[in-house]
Design a protein around this ligand. Structure first.
Ligand code: NAD
Ligand code: MG
Length: 378
């Protein structure tokens, strides 16, 4: 029986990963979350993990009392999450949202544990660090993000040296077709209404600004060792073609399916095998048309900010990511307007210094500096 640990098990990806685990009877080694006591208690009673960790210390105390009739050990804080990440298991699925996922990812890689990675922010911020450590430890990083899973699937059986370009598809989010003027006063509620995917709040806002596609471009650079200029983006409103790879002979391979994250989550856990899925089958005849078009780079300026950040390299992607994390949060709290998110990312990239080579401490310090800069700018 396969053993997995899930970091961020109470979130959108985490719960869908547990659906996959339930279907295939996986053993759960460890689960972690920020503070959702009710959900994680249910998960403990169903999956009997050896250890769980809650970042919030008070929530962890509460959980300890609630589950004292079980054999699960409760840990607290970031160190507790890292202790869970260090446990021996077959695959560690990281579905934490944001930079908080970086240290646990590195911890698991250093233990030699295979990673199924949903937590894209940490690959954006610490791409060189994560991929170099993985190479050194001979650890595989399997993509969970649907576009990157589609690319990974489309690369199977082909030579990397014969790849001409990657084509990332984007749903376009709730504001597709809108002008900058239309977006001046959009509300949090409007931005949270994603047409095709039901996801956590942070990534849903990232989809509305299309920062998500910029982060995914950087994620693809690290996962597939390609140049940013070798990645194109196409808006595909139906979210059926999850991404494509073009080869030197101009053949294009793609992976298709209904929009259901349990497909890429499962592939990361069963690779290279394919088993029965909890997701629905795709019936192409149900779709009148599949459409593809170039993004509106002027209205959704976050995409090009990310592209420039990865082209400049060093800590620029980390700065773009941290500025966005803070600005995204401030928008959700009603403290800034929608268009200010990309403006703040641009301003952070202009005003904060990068350096070419970096350590984990550099990334964490830059994260702090950038978030303080964004907070002070509003
Ligand atoms: P979510 O907000 O639904 O869940 C986040 C999880 O992380 C929760 O379990 C939460 O308790 C935990 N968490 C939050 N803050 C934490 C912290 N400081 N330290 C440790 N744990 C913390 O988010 P989600 O939508 O499941 O997304 C998770 C990751 O997967 C993100 O990086 C996102 O970009 C990526 N992703 C999500 C989807 C999707 O469909 N939801 C698709 C592709 C990629
Ligand atoms: Mg994606």
């Amino acid at each position: 029986m396969k053993k997995i640990s899930i970091l961020g098990s109470t979130g959108s990806i985490g719960e869908q990963a547990l659906d996959v685990a339930r279907l295939h009877g996986y053993e759960i080694t460890a689960l972690t979350a920020n503070s959702s006591v009710d959900i994680i208690e249910k998960q403990i009673r169903e999956f009997h993990p050896k250890k769980v960790a809650l970042v919030n210390e008070k929530a962890a105390e509460d959980l300890k009392i609630r589950i004292k009739d079980t054999d699960t050990k409760v840990l607290a804080g970031v160190s507790g999450v890292c202790e869970c990440a260090a446990m021996e298991t077959d695959t560690l699925l990281n579905s934490i949202v944001g930079m908080a996922g970086l240290e646990p990812t590195l911890t698991a890689i250093n233990e030699g544990t295979e990673i199924a990675l949903a937590n894209k922010e940490t690959l954006v911020a610490g791409g060189r660090l994560v991929t170099d450590t993985a190479k050194k430890k001979n650890v595989r990083i399997l993509p969970v993000d649907s576009e990157h899973s589609a690319i990974f699937q489309s690369l199977q059986g082909n030579k990397h040296s014969q790849v001409k370009r990657l084509i990332l598809t984007a749903s376009g989010g709730p504001f597709f077709g809108k002008t900058i003027d239309d977006l001046k006063d959009v509300t949090v509620e409007q931005a949270l209404a994603h047409p095709n995917w039901s996801m956590g709040a942070k990534i849903t806002i990232d989809s509305a600004t299309m920062m998500n596609k910029g982060l995914e471009l950087i994620e693809a650079v690290w996962l597939f060792s390609v140049k940013p200029s070798d990645i194109d983006i196409l808006v595909h409103r139906q979210s059926v073609v999850h991404s494509l790879v073009e080869y030197d002979d101009h053949s294009v391979m793609a992976q298709l399916g209904v929009p259901d994250m349990r497909v890429p989550i499962q592939y990361a856990l069963t690779y290279p095998d394919r088993y029965n899925s909890p997701a629905k089958q795709l019936h192409l005849e149900d779709y009148a048309t599949l459409t593809f078009e170039k993004p509106d780079y002027e209205t959704f300026s976050a995409i090009n900010l990310c592209k420039r950040a990865i082209e400049k390299g060093g800590l620029y992607p980390a700065i773009a990511n941290s500025a966005n994390e803070k600005a995204n949060e401030l928008f959700r709290q009603g403290k800034i307007k929608f268009l200010e998110i990309a403006d703040l990312v641009a301003s952070a990239l202009e005003n904060i210094n990068s350096k070419e080579e970096y350590t984990l401490t550099d990334v964490l310090e830059k994260d702090k500096e950038t978030k303080e800069f964004v907070t002070a700018s509003v």
